[in-house]
Design a protein around this ligand. Structure first.
Ligand SMILES: [Zn+2]
Length: 132
């Protein structure tokens, strides 16, 4: 990626406008609340859901992640575990896919808002939130 601070903001799940405020209210390992998002950026006040149902499209990214995990998992099992029976693929790949759900869900939304929301990074936006 050409903008290293954008990549860092994606990895750390920060706001696309200020690269400072957190998008999610809890850490990803909080299995009950990993999906809860701030409505507005705590740092610059940007509304994350730029239009109703905006994050619906993130499902396609999440789906692509899951397919990617299945393909990579299948290749690893085939090459390093001696091509087992069907269960030898289905059980570990299903388990890994389930373990990855919180990560998938969040990364899909972060990537989606950074790539498809048309929100531009403003270096002076951080800390300008009027609420709170
Ligand atoms: Zn922000």
């Amino acid at each position: 990626m050409s903008d290293p601070s954008k990549l860092a903001a994606v990895v750390k799940a920060r706001c696309p406008q200020c690269h400072d405020g957190r998008i999610f209210t809890h850490k990803w390992w909080n299995l009950l609340k990993f999906s809860e998002m701030h409505e507005h950026c705590p740092s610059c006040g940007l509304r994350y859901e730029v239009e109703p149902g905006f994050f619906f499209g993130a499902m396609y990214i999440s789906y692509a992640f899951t397919v990617g995990i299945m393909i990579v998992g299948g290749i690893i099992i085939y090459n390093f575990f001696g091509d087992p029976s069907a269960e030898g693929y289905i059980i570990p790949i299903t388990l890994v896919s389930l373990l990855m759900v919180p990560f998938n869900f969040r990364m899909a939304r972060v990537i989606f808002i950074h790539l498809f929301s048309m929100i531009k990074y403003k270096s002076d936006a951080a800390g300008t939130a009027s609420t709170k």
